[in-house]
Design a binder for this molecule. Structure first.
Ligand code: SIN
Length: 282
């Protein structure tokens, strides 16, 4: 197994592993250590059936049930389709997942430890691959803050809700049903990573609608300031997809954004997505 770190503060490629075969405990320990260290790992050229992808994901923890049930795989409810493909006029999967910078499902009480995407179709236009996924390190962002700011935010707790900001601006009618199912939750503004012990900023403009005990305007201004800092290009890593990449990321250490630069019907993108339970409370 070769672990090839990216030149960025996050990201690595792992070569010489066939995820269709069960990994030995020693191999898995190497993979898990690389995941904790680099926060985003890519296994190129994998040929994975649905059960094989689910088995690999289970090595990291329980696999979660899909929240957006209408995009779940019909035979494997652990797998969600992320796709722009339409059948009979309907999206077969989540077509605009990752439209804004976020960390997956921070609006749940136990947000997922990891998200995996497996590329089954990727959009290509005149030889150029479209649909990159961008990442930014919330751990390096925390470390780069002035000490006084680190102290000021150390014990704050933010309120997260499904598309909370869209709710605030009154444009999120489509999210109302989800919000009923999933009431607001509170998480520390600075999470201590359960596996690495690193401090990670844990706010986003899309989901955070306040800070406990702080006037709303002040809270939103602070959330915006921190959220903008997290996505400073110093902390970035871009994943350019290749067919059959299995990519996974750590939802405590990084935030991500999808480049929605491809269009149906001239481009087709299809990913299988699995989230692994955050077994350790935030
Ligand atoms: C996501 O945000 O979960 C999807 C990212 C992508 O499709 O690139």
């Amino acid at each position: 197994m070769q672990i090839v770190p990216s030149p960025n503060v996050i990201g690595a490629k792992i070569q010489g592993v066939d995820l269709a075969q069960p990994l030995s405990d020693a191999q898995f320990q190497q993979v898990e250590a690389a995941f904790n260290k680099h926060a985003i790992i890519c296994f190129p050229k994998q040929r994975l059936s649905e059960p094989q992808m689910i088995s690999f994901a289970r090595r990291f923890g329980d696999v979660e049930k899909i929240f957006l049930k209408h995009y779940a795989h019909p035979h494997y409810p652990e797998i969600m389709y992320v796709s722009n493909i339409k059948e009979n006029g309907n999206d077969i999967g989540h077509a605009d997942a990752g439209r804004v910078w976020h960390t997956d499902m921070s609006y749940t009480a136990r947000p997922p430890r990891a998200t995996m995407l497996y590329a089954l179709e990727i959009p290509i236009d005149n030889g150029k691959v479209l649909g990159d996924t961008l990442f930014s390190s919330a751990a390096d962002a925390h470390d780069a803050l002035p000490f006084e700011t680190q102290m000021r935010i150390a014990n704050l707790r933010a309120i997260h809700q499904v598309a909370g900001r869209r709710a605030r601006t009154g444009t999120g009618q489509q999210d109302q049903a989800l919000r009923k199912e999933q009431p607001a939750v509170v998480h520390p503004v600075v999470r201590t990573h359960p596996h690495t012990g690193r401090k990670c900023l844990y706010v986003s403009k899309g989901e955070c609608e306040g800070i406990e005990g702080m006037p709303k305007d002040e809270a939103l201004a602070l959330i915006d300031e921190l959220a903008d800092h997290i996505i400073d290009p110093r902390f970035h890593h871009t994943h350019r997809w290749q067919l059959h990449d299995l990519l996974m990321w750590d939802n405590c250490t990084v935030q991500h954004l999808a480049s929605l630069d491809y269009q149906w019907p001239q481009h087709r993108r299809l990913m299988h997505r699995i989230t692994v339970d955050g077994t350790v409370p935030v």
